[in-house]
Design a binder for this molecule. Structure first.
Ligand SMILES: NC(=O)c1ccc[n+]([C@@H]2O[C@H](COP(=O)([O-])OP(=O)(O)OC[C@H]3O[C@@H](n4cnc5c(N)ncnc54)[C@H](O)[C@@H]3O)[C@@H](O)[C@H]2O)c1
Length: 253
């Protein structure tokens, strides 16, 4: 494999499992120095141990991205422990509940937005000055096709992920003078344990039938796109939202 991220300090939030872990693994394989941030110490420890056992230059940082103070101290620790400023930030962490309107509760909505949207603001705020000091950087925000097409029980999640699109565009314009590129990835159905656990077998079969490519995506396919956006190969892409959904949205809209 090439080393497109050789020596670059890469922060991945929600890196303990699923898409975040796949991105952390791929970045490490590309020579990146990977800071894995996650709120779950229990999940983070084995994930980082696995990365390191595979030869990756990776460190774990327990961090609640919804808490500004936690993010600030984690990003300081990342720069201190790697002795270099952050060059790549992947905002991947999520906490989600899918509920019909009548059942949406305040605690769930607050937590969803705190982790999934406000968290992106805190990580950007902490990482951008480090990126500026090294002459630039790349930010990749995880969105969802729920931002583009209506899904059942997804009012809060759709609002959250539509917010990610706006945040990405606004941040791209504001941070362009510092040579920081900000883009988002818009995955469709990806076969992670969390996504599969959401649906019963009948819903899964129905979803599968809607996929032009006839299958769900793999976390590694999202990691490949994240690697492209994190590398200089995507040098003229700014403020974009790149859909990776096996053709799902074009077939259903
Ligand atoms: N899996 C899919 O099908 C799919 C589809 C579209 C978009 N996405 C998006 O991709 C991203 C990853 O999805 P996934 O399925 O891998 O999720 P996941 O639930 O498997 O993993 C999320 C990770 O975030 C961590 N996390 C939760 N709260 C946190 C907090 N406060 N601070 C730090 N870390 C926290 C969790 O501990 C977990 O390790 C999310 O942004 C999600 O919305 C996923």
């Amino acid at each position: 494999m090439s080393a497109r991220l050789a020596g670059v300090v890469c922060v991945v939030t929600g890196a303990a499992r699923g898409i975040g872990l796949a991105i952390a693994k791929r970045f490490a394989a590309e020579g990146g120095r990977v800071a894995c941030l996650d709120v779950s110490a229990a999940r983070l420890e084995p994930a980082v141990a696995q990365l390191r056992a595979e030869g990756g230059d990776a460190l774990g940082f327990v961090c609640d991205v919804g808490q500004r103070v936690s993010v600030q101290s984690s990003l300081q620790a990342v720069e201190r422990d790697f002795a270099a400023p952050v060059g790549v930030l992947v905002n991947n962490a999520v906490w989600a509940r899918f509920q019909p309107l009548a059942e949406i509760d305040e605690d769930s909505v607050n937590r969803m937005f705190s982790v999934g949207l406000q968290g992106m603001i805190w990580t950007l705020q902490a990482a951008a000055p480090q990126m500026a000091r090294r002459g630039g950087g790349k930010v990749i925000n995880l969105c969802s096709t729920s931002a583009l097409q209506a899904m059942p029980n997804a009012i809060a999640y759709a609002a959250l992920k539509a917010g990610v699109l706006g945040l990405t565009r606004a941040a791209a314009v504001e941070l362009s003078p510092q040579n920081i590129r900000v883009n988002s990835i818009v995955p469709g159905m990806i076969g992670t344990p969390a996504s599969i656990a959401q649906f019963d077998a009948a819903t899964m079969a129905e979803r599968l039938a809607q996929m032009p490519l006839g299958r769900f995506g793999e976390p590694e396919e999202i990691a490949a796109l994240a690697t492209f956006l994190a590398s200089d190969e995507s040098s003229y892409i700014q403020g974009a939202s790149m859909v990776a959904d096996g053709g799902w949205t074009i077939a259903s809209t």
